[in-house]
Design a protein around this ligand. Sequence first.
Ligand code: FAD
Length: 458
Amino acid sequence: MPGTSSDPIITLIGAGLAGALLAILLSKRGYQVELFERRPDPRKQAGHAGRSINLALSTRGLHGLQHAGLADTVRQRSIKMPGRIIHTLDGETRFQPYGVNPSEVLYAISRAELQHLLLDALAHTPNVHLNFDTKCVEMHLAQQTLTLSHELTGEITTLIRPHVIGTDGSSSAVRSAMLRTPRFDYAQTYLEHGYKELTLPPAPDGTFQLDPHALHIWPRGTYMLIALPNLDCSFTCTLFMPFSGSVSFEALSTSDAITMFFEQQFPDVVPLIPDLVKDFTANPTGSLVTIKCSPWHYRDHLLLLGDAAHAIVPFFGQGMNCAFEDCTELDACIEAETPDWERVFAAFFSRRKPNTDAIADMAIDHYIEMRDHVADPHFLLQKQIEQELAKRFPKQYIPQYSLVTFQRIPYAQAREQARIHERILQQLSAHINHPDQVDWQQAEHLIQRELPLSREGA
Ligand code: FAD
C-alpha cells in the first residue's frame, strides 16, 4: 500500500549500505523518510585517499539494488569475478568457476563507491531528509524518544518519533535500547580469527598485477589471504588469521617477522606489495563477530535491520547481500501489512529470522570448513564427488555455494538442501578413497529419493 502525506515520518538511524537502500525503497512507496548518520558525508571528504575496501556483491544484493533501479549502474562500476583462483604454496594457480553458467558471477565493488552511488541516488529521491554528523546516543522506547548528538556543534536534541528503524550496523546503538526491554535475547560470538586489509597496488605501468576477473585465494590451513580487484587496477587483500598463537597477528609483531612470514607463506605476493610491512603495521586488525538477537522489533515503534539485527562473519560474502535482501523483504511486508506497522515489523521478523540464523550458521560452517577441513583427504574426496554430482544431476544437485550466492531461495532452505547433500556425500564416500570408485547407480538412487525434481528451483 503506498504511503500518504498523512502517514507519519519513518526515521532511519544509520545511512550505511542498508539504511541508504531502505530509504530509497520507502520513498518509492511514498513515505517521508529521515536518516541520521553519525559520520560526515563521505562524498565531501577531500581526496578520499587511503585504503580501498571492497565487497563481493551477488544475486540477492543485486536484486535489492534492482528494486531501487540501481543494479545496472552498480554493475558498471564493479568488476566481474566468474571464479576463484587458488594460489598454492609452490606458486601454482588453479581457476575454479563459481557457477555452472556464465551469469553466475560475483561482482567486486568498492564499499566507498557503492556507498556514494546509494547516497547520490538518495539525494535525487523525493521526501528524504538526510542528516550527517548526527549520532543516535539514546532511545526511550516507551516514550518514543530519540536523543541525537550533533557531532559538529556538540548540541544534543531529543525528538519524538513514532517509527524508527535501526540500520546502524553491528555495534548498533538502537539495539542497545532493545537490550533494556524484557525477554530480549542477545548473543554475540567472536571468532578467534581476525582480519587485516592490505593494498596490492597497480603495476608501474598502471595495469593489474593479477588477473582481475577472479577472487584470488591463498589458502594455508589456519590462515588465508584473499584479494578482490578494484577499478583503479589495485587489489584489496585481506589476511584472515588467529589473533594469538604460534602463527597469529600477535606473533607478527616485528618487521622481520612480517617479512619472513609472507616470504615463506605467500612468496608470490611479496614482490607485488612494495609497502607490505608499512601497510601491515599501520592497518588495524579487525575482529569478526556473529550477532543474533530476538525479537527485532518493539511494538510498532522500533525495528532492527541489516547488521544491527544479525551481523555474520564474512566467509560466504553475504553480510551486505543479506542486508539488501532484508530491505526488499521489509518492502514486501509493508506492501502486505500497512498501515499496521506492528504487523509489518512482526511479519518481517518472523519471515527473516530463520533465514538470517541460517546464513549466520552457514558462514560459521564455511569458516570451520576452511580452517579445519581443506587439507583433510576425505573432505577433498567429498568435494570431488560433489562436483561430479552437480555435473551429472544439474537440476537436482545444486551446491550450497550456488544456492546461497546465485539463487534467492530462503537461506534456511539452502541450509536444508546442504544437509541433504551432506548425507548423500557421506553415503557415497564411505569405504572409498577415489571418486572413480563411486557407485553411480547408488548416487542416482539417492538423488532421486532425496532431491526429487519437484524441488527444482525450490
Ligand atoms: P553498515 O554498513 O555498518 O552501516 C551502518 C551505518 O550506521 C554506518 O554508516 C554507521 O556510521 C552508522 N551508525 C552506526 N552507529 C550509529 C549511530 N549511533 N547513530 C547514527 N549512525 C550510526 N558482505 C558482503 O555481502 N560481501 C562481502 O564481500 C563482504 N565482505 C566483508 C568483509 C569483511 C572483512 C567484513 C567485516 C564484512 C564484510 N561484509 C561483506 C559484510 C558487510 O560489510 C555488512 O554486512 C554490511 O556493511 C552491513 O550493512 P549495514 O548497513 O547493516 O551496516
